[in-house]
Ligand binder design. Structure first.
Ligand code: ZN
Length: 44
């Protein structure tokens, strides 16, 4: 039981890190999520 819980926790952590990584990869470098431009053109 404890093993399963630990496994689930680590799995959730893994997914969380993955999601964070994907989000950073997508939006973390200054790319706008709306126009997809590095330098946003939709807020001018
Ligand atoms: Zn934009």
């Amino acid at each position: 039981m404890a093993d399963v819980l630990a496994w689930l926790t680590s799995l959730a952590n893994l997914v969380n890190v993955n999601l964070e990584f994907e989000a950073k990869k997508k939006y973390g470098r200054g790319f706008c999520p709306r126009c997809g431009m590095r330098k946003c053109i939709c807020e001018e």
